[in-house]
Design a protein around this ligand. Sequence first.
Ligand code: HEC
Length: 385
Amino acid sequence: MNKLIMALGVGVALAFFTLTSHADDYSEQALKDADMIAGEQTWQQYCAFCHTAGEGQADISGPNLHQLFKRQVGTKPGFAYSDALKKESRNWTPELFAAYVQDPGAVIPGNIMPAVNIPADKVLPLTAYVLRSSGSVDWDQAKTATLATGGLDAELQSSSPEFWALYMNNTVKFTIPYEDSSYSFVAYFNDDGTITGNNRGLTGIWRMRDKRHFCFAIQRIGVHPYEWMHCVRPKVDANMVFGEVAEVITPVKGFDDFKVDVTFIEDRFHPLEGDAHPDYWTFLFNNTMRYEIKVNGEVVIVSARFSPDNTIDSAEGISGKWRTEGENGEKDRMCYNFSGVPGVDGDLSECFALVLMFNPRVGARWPARFSQGNTYWAEVFEGRE
Ligand code: HEC
């Protein structure tokens, strides 16, 4: 469980006051009659940032709540609960749920879910909504979902069409400080409320917090801090230029020196070579990959230059070709071959996962092996002769 996103979650949840809890009636009838729209809105506004409820959906910073009311507290397989939840032996009931969401720390001391302060009159509708949407009851079909993101988000498309198009049709590149340089990755905001990216495993969600806040949480970023959350006003800055830093955000409260550059890149580029770092290709085409290849106990140097037209040449006269490939049109591997390496019969070739091309940098040096068995060291040299 990442403390950072939880701390951020506290900031994101609307800080209204919790009224003392109503002596609500949690009978089946009361739950069946509860206002499902209010329930769904409450869920979207206060819970969906951290939880999913559908079958097979991912844990976010909180566990997936599928069939919550059919199980004991703290038992969603694979989720790293606090000791407090792990030790708890009660089963989830509507009453326990209602009490917990209003004051998690008091109901299960030591739990790590922050208090989210939902209005007291929304607790019953929320409970009814989660009962249904988590598939814990089969009373009727839950209100059919609009876009997976629900009410406020569905409006965004018509209320802020430019903003919608900017995020849904283009690529958002984030650059964060990393060691003494920087690290970039790109994210695609999808119209079903999810965020995916060029780095395998990157996930996220976006939601409207209210009509004026477009919020997103990104997780499983390749480097620390691995996740964060941020909200912006849903409008497009008139000075925004594709390819240039549009905004600098400081998404982590209390870490004002942790600045993230946000750059919009027109279109969804490299949909095929999706796993590589967004700058990988420019990098590859402008620098030299110097190979020290073991051939019959000797080292042969190949200073390879990869070009956009899929060819490779080298200062030593070696030539080759490269291509990307992968299943289902997802070209997530790069393959290449060298022809004419002295002492080698035929070609040397290999394929590697583009996800490895994450932080291309001059000076990077790594050992590997061609399919033919020859080992090599490769090193990146700046520029081309
Ligand atoms: C900032 C993130 C965050 C928000 C917002 C949040 N939760 Fe949680 N929730 C968690 C975490 C983390 C846990 C696990 C707590 C632990 O292990 O102590 C959790 C646990 C739970 C559990 C126990 C699940 C189980 O498997 O036993 C329930 C139920 C729950 N949350 C419901 C809600 C509801 C309903 C809302 C909205 C009112 C909400 N949560 C909002 C992070 C969040």
